[in-house]
Design a protein around this ligand. Sequence first.
Ligand SMILES: Cc1cc2nc3c(=O)[nH]c(=O)nc-3n(C[C@H](O)[C@H](O)[C@H](O)COP(=O)(O)O)c2cc1C
Length: 181
Amino acid sequence: MADSSGLRKEATTAAAAVEPGSAVTEAAFKAACGRYATGVSIVTGLGPDGRKEGLTVNSFTSLSLDPPLVLFCLDKQAGSFEAFAAVERFAVNVLSEDQADVSTHFAKPGVRDKFAGVAHDVDADGLPMLSAALARIACDVEARHEGGDHIILVGRVRRIDLGDEAGRPLVYFRGRYGKFI
Ligand SMILES: Cc1cc2nc3c(=O)[nH]c(=O)nc-3n(C[C@H](O)[C@H](O)[C@H](O)COP(=O)(O)O)c2cc1C
């Protein structure tokens, strides 16, 4: 639509209507980061005491193609922190849209054996991986970096298993699960 100056007005969309200048409070930080939709993965590993470990993460991302590197961020307060800080290998199990219950299960703190009742297999080196996943990415730990109240674990990809080609991802947005349209 043209205004009195004869210029076409910019269409105003809800997405463009941003209130400027929130203070960097914890709530604002969480609200802003929560607007970035992610997938959901279960990171699995074998702890130094031989215990199978796993936790839900949405901080997984690819890092480098050559060499093939991925990363995830691990909360220093997580019960499995000591175990994952020490592992030499980990696997990223990307969840599909029907696995919200698996995400909830692996996000529970204080569970001694999260793998009980969860279908999984174990490779020759004892690395546990979920039997059902959209994709599984097994890595050797390449680096560990400090990141405030988290550490960043960088993995060099050693093995890739692809799940159902028609599978759809579990999505996490503003603290809730959703589906990919
Ligand atoms: C959707 C979702 C994403 C999460 N992402 C992360 C993450 O990226 N890093 C992390 O350390 N914890 C993350 N958490 C929290 C852990 O899953 C949770 O603290 C869990 O209790 C850790 O398991 P543990 O106590 O056995 O270590 C996430 C939880 C949910 C539900």
